[in-house]
Design a protein around this ligand. Structure first.
Ligand SMILES: Nc1nc2c(ncn2[C@@H]2O[C@H](COP(=O)(O)OP(=O)(O)O)[C@@H](O)[C@H]2O)c(=O)[nH]1
Ligand SMILES: [Mg+2]
Length: 454
């Protein structure tokens, strides 16, 4: 649906695996005559042409009909409509050699295939009703997932978790619509009951959709991750904790003050959440211009982080700088840590987590606390429907707002034909989520962010 002239049957080809040397690579084709076109440059053309669907054929791909062999390959043959796109498709499993792949792609283009656009295979799957838009989005979300949990959530969406939730809401709204329409079609005295009787149901649908919408934040956190800055005075043990959490000696640990002059970043996973961890320069009066710049940059990073972990050196106790920094922070977004408990007998003040960055005691509790602060409620990645699409989030908003208008319209006794327009708007918003109501623009912007070959 690139434009109005988009021909969804045109034969397309794309490399579905990353460019580069690898044991195997997969080249994907789809569209009219795909099987015959590939057969035309295959060492055993008839076995491909006569192949049943969902079958593999071993042989050589040739450089043109009578050409030299390009590679030994296995073809996976799919017949419409039993394929990913719903069209006839051939997937080519070849060797992962960039020049070999290039030659195969060129030979396929000689057989009438053109390069597929980003997400074009999935677009066709959608157009051929193999999946709704929430599942199509889940395909790309799976590819992009950064943690096991994010992957499980996307997989759950691919199996229809969102589609089912939206479908159920749609049915309930359609029943409301029917209740309104029957009152529009028949005189009031022939219809039993008051229209106000639907108000509790309206509120229930709204709250269900609000609940689904609220999972967006969780979806984002598991998919995109959060940024956490380690802060504290120099020598508080920030770099030691950074190394402990990153499980590698990345950051220089030193007794000399001001050794971390800038900030260092590492991406780690804390209980399933991708976390960008920042080891920052110690906050103290700078010794020189370079350190001053490092502190300035660190402050910028701290401001942009979702959470701060503030370390206080237990052997020194709270200093004026610690008190000043902590007073300036939003408490919920600042985890207070009492570090070096192995070397100090001073008990952690209330609100502080005891930790030893040296022997790792207290580290699991700190990890759990970080997760609790950033993720909020617990989710079960494979059981809860969690959305991870700004598009879906905004459309739910549109739907909920329209339902709010329906509710107030009915409450103030607005004419039912006007109320019906808002019900229609609510249904359309949900229809747009699953893709029943859609435009070329929506599809273009959605699929253009996909990988080529997907
Ligand atoms: N005993 C003890 N020493 C620590 C602990 N954490 C850090 N240190 C030491 O404190 C000094 C400063 O640590 P470093 O991680 O470089 O602090 P930073 O300046 O905040 O990055 C080093 O000598 C560390 O070995 C801890 O939990 N216990
Ligand atoms: Mg340091």
């Amino acid at each position: 649906m690139k434009d109005l002239a988009y021909n969804p049957d045109e034969p397309i080809v794309a490399l579905a695996t990353p460019w580069g040397e690898s044991a195997l690579a997969v080249i994907r084709t789809s569209g009219e005559g795909s099987i015959d076109r590939v057969a035309g440059i295959f060492s055993a053309p008839e076995s491909v042409r006569r192949s049943p669907g969902n079958a593999m054929v071993l042989g050589e791909l040739l450089d043109g009909a009578e050409g030299a062999p390009l590679d030994q390959v296995v073809l996976a043959v799919y017949r419409a409509p039993r394929s990913y796109t719903g069209q006839e498709c051939v997937e080519i499993f070849c060797h992962g050699s960039p020049p070999g792949i290039q030659a195969i792609l060129a030979a396929l283009k000689g057989r009438g295939f053109r390069d597929a656009g980003p997400g074009e295979f999935t677009l066709r799957a959608f157009l051929n009703r193999k999946m709704d838009l929430t599942r199509a989005e889940a395909v790309q979300e799976i590819v992009r997932s950064k943690s096991k949990e994010a992957h499980a959530m996307a997989l759950h969406r691919l199996s229809g978790a969102i589609e089912k939730r939206i479908g159920a809401a749609k049915e309930r709204i359609a029943r409301l619509m029917a209740a309104i329409e029957v009152r529009l079609d028949y005189p009031e005295d022939e219809v039993e009951g008051e229209i106000e009787a639907v108000l509790p149901e309206l509120a229930a649908i709204r709250s269900d959709l609000r609940g689904l919408q609220a999972t967006y934040r969780t979806g984002r956190i598991y998919q995109e991750g959060v940024r956490v800055a380690l802060c504290g005075r120099t020598n508080a043990g920030k770099s030691s904790l950074f190394n402990l959490l990153a499980r590698e000696e990345r950051s220089i640990v030193s007794e000399i003050h001001g050794t971390t002059r800038d900030y260092i970043e590492a991406w780690i996973t804390i209980e399933g959440i991708p976390v960008g961890l920042y080891d920052t320069a110690g906050l103290r009066s700078p010794g020189d211009a370079v350190e001053a710049e490092g502190i300035r940059r660190s402050e910028r990073v701290i401001e942009s982080c979702d959470l701060v972990v503030y370390l206080v050196d237990a052997t020194l106790g709270m200093t004026a700088e610690d008190v000043e920094f902590l007073a300036s922070r939003d408490e919920e977004r600042c985890v207070r840590v009492w570090n070096k408990v192995d070397a100090s007998s001073a008990p952690a003040p209330s609100g502080f987590l005891p930790l030893s960055a040296l022997d790792a005691s207290g580290a699991p509790e700190l990890a759990s606390e970080i997760k609790r602060r950033v993720a909020g409620r617990e989710v079960s990645p494979s059981a809860d429907a969690v959305i991870d699409s700004a598009r879906q989030h905004d459309l739910i908003e549109r739907c909920v707002e329209a339902l709010g208008n329906v509710e107030s319209g009915i409450a103030i006794g607005m004419p039912l034909d006007a109320v019906a327009l808002d019900v229609r708007e609510a249904l359309d918003a949900l229809g747009e989520i699953t893709g029943e109501v859609t435009t070329a623009d929506i599809l273009n912007s959605m699929f253009s962010s996909f990988c080529v070959g997907k």
